[in-house]
Ligand binder design. Sequence first.
Ligand SMILES: Cc1cc2nc3c(=O)[nH]c(=O)nc-3n(C[C@H](O)[C@H](O)[C@H](O)COP(=O)(O)OP(=O)(O)OC[C@H]3O[C@@H](n4cnc5c(N)ncnc54)[C@H](O)[C@@H]3O)c2cc1C
Length: 199
Amino acid sequence: MFEPSAQIESLLTTVALRQATSAGMRAMMERESEFPSPLVASLTGIALDPNGREFADQALDTHWSDEPSQQEVLDTSRDDREVIIGSGFHAAVYAATRVLCGFPKPLVLERNARAGGAFAMTARPTFYLNSRNRAGSGGLAGDQGASLNYLPGAPIQAANVSMVEYQTNTDMLTELRPGSGSSGRRGCLGGAMFRCHDR
Ligand SMILES: Cc1cc2nc3c(=O)[nH]c(=O)nc-3n(C[C@H](O)[C@H](O)[C@H](O)COP(=O)(O)OP(=O)(O)OC[C@H]3O[C@@H](n4cnc5c(N)ncnc54)[C@H](O)[C@@H]3O)c2cc1C
């Protein structure tokens, strides 16, 4: 079961309280019974609503750039924590898999202002993926029944936010970013985001 971080919980509350950003969330909550949990319904609602998505994106960028929060992450980090350099899709897959296997959340270092690697190059849809949009979980290359865009443990998968055959770069971000920095050990994505600069 996915356990949201304090930052995601705060984001959900803020989005819900704002008329301009909550339309998608309210629409999905009316269909809550079709989702595995109210949390997944809320996050899907945010991802499907351009206003909600933009607001959430900015809120997460602001949070991850906040230096006192970064310092707190470092101060409270265990010495044996794994460190991942770069916050791209593969960092998310690795961190999520490690957490699902019972290991502590890795610390993810990112030099760019936005987390998410190549897919986070832009906040608006700019390019299409070349891997097909498929339901289902991950698998080996060449497995036509597997989804290359699947992120282990993510509360929403890219396949849940659009039906187009080739999704956009920002559709991938909707699965990547809500899980980063989440808390708990089961079914959550790993990784506490930490922005760094090359020296
Ligand atoms: C147009 C286009 C379409 C694509 N379509 C697909 C597709 O459909 N399916 C697919 O699987 N792949 C696709 N890709 C490839 C996609 O970019 C990769 O699959 C995916 O982004 C790789 O993730 P990654 O984590 O390895 O690297 P990246 O996404 O490149 O992330 C690396 C991150 O590491 C950070 N970093 C690097 N060095 C440092 C450092 N020294 N310190 C701190 N941070 C650092 C970077 O800033 C970046 O955020 C596409 C790529 C492009 C350009």
